[in-house]
Design a binder for this molecule. Structure first.
Ligand SMILES: C[S@@+](CC[C@H](N)C(=O)[O-])C[C@H]1O[C@@H](n2cnc3c(N)ncnc32)[C@H](O)[C@@H]1O
Length: 256
């Protein structure tokens, strides 16, 4: 193992010094057979060394073990989530998340909400049983019921216990469960349900209650496997004249 590793590092360094990069590609990425506009989906085209602030040791204190061991989000995605939740610090309104999964992204948001002076409730929605309804036409044939199962409702409830912030964990299928969300305004929303129908419904629901300057972060904008979610985001944004800003994997909106 040691010898192979040394050969790899030596080869990498030799190639780098000549302007080439040897990189392991992500073989676990699901690439559907059929996606519209495949020319828009490409490998990274800039291999330069660029600033990646999410590796700063400061973020080790934000990306705590209870966050990173309960999330599918990379450090980069957690970084953007953190920057946006701090951005809305002075805006009134609750926090919403569609697609709580095992609770890691919610835990990061909760840790920041409890530092903020404005009182907010957190509305967190998931089936807590993975996909329970899929649309083969809009989301693609690669998507199956019961995929994307995360931790149980009870485990997530334990992870998100916080005496000073009201956490409303709502189990069941979006759109139906949106009726249980009693918030009148939101300052921030995170939408991470991967699929067309719940993305569309959650986005429209949040946008109607989002205060001006409030932010929505969409986790699923860039991956070919979550193409249905991207279509839903574009549909709602166009309908309401809102601007989607793409970050490379996630996208976000600041309500105007
Ligand atoms: C990518 S995971 C969420 C990841 C999570 N935010 C994290 O930090 O790792 C997507 C979640 O969406 C949920 N989901 C998909 N369709 C849903 C629907 N119609 N209603 C509620 N939850 C849904 C799945 O159960 C799954 O937990």
């Amino acid at each position: 193992m040691g010898l192979l590793r040394n050969i790899r590092i030596w080869t990498q360094n030799r190639l780098l010094s000549r302007g080439f990069l040897l990189e392991k590609i992500n073989r676990t990425q699901v690439i559907p057979k059929v996606i519209e506009a495949p020319e828009l989906y490409r490998r990274p085209d800039d291999y330069s060394r660029l600033l990646k602030p999410w590796h700063d040791p400061f973020y080790d204190g934000i990306f705590t073990p209870e966050v990173v061991s309960n999330t599918m989000l990379s450090r980069m995605k957690l970084y953007y989530l953190h920057r946006f939740i701090t951005q809305i610090r002075d805006l009134p309104g609750d926090v919403f998340e569609a697609g709580t999964g095992s609770g890691g992204s919610s835990r990061l948001l909760l840790n920041e909400v409890k530092k903020q002076s404005l009182r907010r409730e957190m509305w967190l929605l998931d089936t807590f049983e993975g996909y329970q309804k899929v649309d083969a036409v809009r989301d693609g044939a690669h998507v199956q019921v019961n995929q994307c199962r995360c931790a149980s409702f009870e485990d997530v409830q334990r992870l998100l216990q916080e005496p000073n912030v009201p956490v409303r964990l709502i189990k069941g299928l979006i759109p139906a469960t949106l009726a249980e969300v009693k918030a009148t305004s939101f300052a921030f929303a995170h939408i991470d349900v991967n699929l067309h129908e719940p993305t569309l419904a959650a986005f429209e629901f949040c946008l109607k209650r989002l205060v001006l300057g409030g932010v929505i972060v969409f986790d699923d904008y860039g991956w070919p496997a979550t193409y249905g979610a991207r279509c839903a985001i574009d549909e709602v944004a166009t309908k309401y004249g809102q601007n989607i800003i793409y970050l490379g994997e996630q996208a976000f909106l600041i309500k105007r």
